[in-house]
Ligand binder design. Structure first.
Ligand code: F6R
Length: 242
């Protein structure tokens, strides 16, 4: 079941998302949180950091598992998702870095890395709450439009539209990674709760498809219609086609 909350702007969206995550942490201090990168959740992380600094949140027993990581970028590359998570959340709160997990983008043995990451997730007992952003082509994690829905962690060839969308973060389009490790749709769907943050006009069409069109692997996020507990927080621009 999908519940949608429409907010006035990005800042309201971020505050509401952070409040839901902080309720999860308060109710279950040893939660496993599935985390996302990208521009959308940055404000949510900023709010969580504020709540931590105000003494309202304790991350000491929290475990995290990230959705994805580019293949070929080292951890110290400022475009790696490892770097992103440290910059935007981990280094600002009392999380134990040993309890944080991101696919290893430097691992070239794809099968080995996917198996390792699948084990990480299953050994944690699954994900209590998964935070997602929404790709303009309907991807979640880096599960791109395809003929079927994926199951576990796998390596994906990013589509041209995703490469183009990511180009803004790199000096030239040639530097944009072409492959990424990503959690599979099956793993995302196994999360007990899913929280999606969406903002901006550019996401309005795809949000409508996610919510209103028949479930279809060409719009990977449409699978969320089959999940029992999804909350989407959208700003009014993203919700403008609904
Ligand atoms: C990030 C991720 C992606 C992004 C999506 C939206 O870990 O898995 O699915 O959530 O590409 O990105 P932004 O928020 O930059 O529009």
């Amino acid at each position: 079941m999908i519940r949608i909350i429409i907010t006035g702007n990005y800042s309201d969206m971020s505050r509401k998302a952070a409040n839901i995550i902080s309720a999860q942490i308060t109710l279950k201090p040893d939660s496993v949180l599935g985390l996302a990168t990208g521009s959308t959740p940055i404000g949510t992380y900023e709010r969580l950091i504020e709540q931590y600094k105000d003494g309202d949140l304790d991350f000491s027993a929290i475990h995290t598992v990230n959705l994805d990581e580019y293949q070929g970028l080292t951890r110290d590359n400022d475009q790696s998702y490892y770097h992103f998570m440290n910059e935007h959340l981990f280094r600002h709160v009392n999380i134990d870095l040993n309890n944080t997990n991101i696919p290893d983008g430097t691992q070239t043995d794809t099968e080995k890395e996917c198996e390792r990451y699948n084990n990480v997730i299953s050994n944690m007992g699954g994900i209590d709450m998964q935070l997602l952003g929404l790709g303009q082509n309907g991807h979640i994690g880096f599960n791109e439009p395809a003929d079927t829905f994926s199951g576990g962690t796998h390596l994906v060839a990013l589509t041209q539209s995703t490469i183009d969308a990511n180009a803004r973060f790199f000096k030239s389009i040639d530097e944009v990674p072409k492959f990424s490790y990503t959690m599979g749709i099956g793993q995302i769907m196994s999360a007990r709760k899913i929280l999606v943050v969406v903002n901006g006009k550019a996401k309005a069409e795809i949000l409508k498809k996610l919510m209103c069109e028949p479930v279809n692997p060409m719009v990977p996020a449409s699978i969320l219609q089959f999940h029992p507990d999804v909350v989407i927080i959208a700003d009014k621009e993203a919700a403008s086609c609904l």
